[in-house]
Design a protein around this ligand. Structure first.
Ligand code: PMV
Length: 349
């Protein structure tokens, strides 16, 4: 599968300095098959382990960044409403980073529109910060290649590093301490015959009770299972890459499912426990097991929320979606394929 690379961003600094620059970017969420869970450096957002994901072709986020006059506070609008609290703080901290690199002090006006329910474990932070990184780099005149853009997006939200790329992407945890040079995502080639789909079962679209940031910290600091999950995740990654390369969907699914269950087991062993899975999650998981017993390759993965993403062959996606709907009445079900990397929209206003 060809890897989509975002366009290189080369707006004119003069135009930025005049305060007329605007850049608009679109990025899609990704779902990790090998999870990112736990930071070794909170400030630089450096993880303990590598992770690997599929970027989706649904639920894009579109973000515009416009430079305004003056160097006051940034204005941030999320889905038509002024951002506040933690969301506003994170976007402003990210823009401060971009300003530091660009040397342009002007404040920004950011407008971001999600098409997925925010905060429901559907990785809107990944598409959100990938789109923001690309649009902000454009507006502030940073000339970044895809690797540098991935590194920058990572500072907003770790998983955003992977949404810079289309298809499958691995985020290298990196080895250095005190610098983030070696921590970025890169495309992963997959075997011809894979043709995967992810059936997304939204059993609860509400915001999560514990942020992934806080939950990760608690898991790393207190869970006696964290280290063993991290160790097995390293082996899972090697196995998954091999399975992807030979286009072996069953093996990909088995590895992804065990990696996700291991992550949730580590969370449940944290003190106090971090529990994102709900009764509705297990109802969908029972449906996935039934599908497998009936001979359909279907495998589940869950993130920092109760929703379930079911990996299957694209040809089986309709049947899997119907089975999930039947298992969990009231769940909203979406079918996703591999999607494109982050890109700038050609919209100069
Ligand atoms: O990027 P964050 O801080 O929202 O963390 C995402 C963590 C998981 O979605 C649970 C796993 C992953 O690798 O995406």
């Amino acid at each position: 599968m060809p890897a989509d690379r975002p366009d290189t961003v080369t707006p004119s600094p003069e135009r930025s300095a005049a305060g007329t620059a605007v850049a608009v970017a679109v990025a899609h969420p990704n779902i990790a098959l090998i999870k990112y869970w736990g930071k070794r450096d909170e400030r630089l957002v450096l993880p303990w382990t590598d992770s690997l994901s599929m970027t989706l072709d649904i639920f894009p986020t579109t973000t515009s960044v416009r430079l305004a006059a003056g160097d006051g506070d940034d204005t941030v609008t999320l889905d038509g409403a002024p951002a506040e609290g933690e969301a506003l703080r994170r976007v402003r901290a990210f823009l401060a980073l971009v300003r530091d690199r660009s040397g342009i002090r002007r404040r920004a006006v950011v407008e971001s529109a999600n098409t997925a329910p925010t905060g429901a474990g559907l990785a809107s932070s990944a598409s959100g910060f990938a789109a923001l990184a690309l649009a902000a780099a454009g507006a502030y005149g940073l000339d970044l290649d895809a690797t540098a853009l991935s590194r920058l997006a990572r500072r907003g939200s770790g998983s955003a590093a992977r949404s810079v790329f289309g298809g499958f992407a691995v985020w290298h945890a990196g080895t250095a301490t005190g610098t983030d040079e070696s921590s970025y995502a890169a495309p992963v080639p997959v075997g011809e015959g894979l043709d995967p789909a992810l059936v997304v079962a939204v059993v609860d679209a509400g915001p999560k009770a514990v942020s992934s940031r806080a939950a990760m910290r608690r898991t790393v600091d207190t869970s006696p299972l964290y280290r063993s999950w991290a160790a097995s995740s390293r082996t899972d990654l090697v196995d998954l890459r091999a399975a992807l390369a030979r286009g072996d969907l069953e093996a990909v699914g088995e590895i992804a499912e065990r990696n996700a269950f291991g992550m949730h087991a580590a969370m449940l062993a944290a003190r106090p426990a971090v529990r994102y899975l709900s009764p509705a999650t297990f109802t969908v998981l029972d449906g996935v097991l039934r599908l497998r017993r009936e001979g359909t390759a279907a495998y589940a993965t869950m993130d920092a929320g109760p929703n379930v993403k079911v990996l299957c062959r694209r040809a089986d996606a309709g049947r899997v979606a119907a089975a999930v709907r039947e298992a969990a009445a009231g769940a909203r079900v979406h079918i996703a394929g591999p999607g494109p990397g982050a890109r700038l929209l050609d919209e100069d206003r």
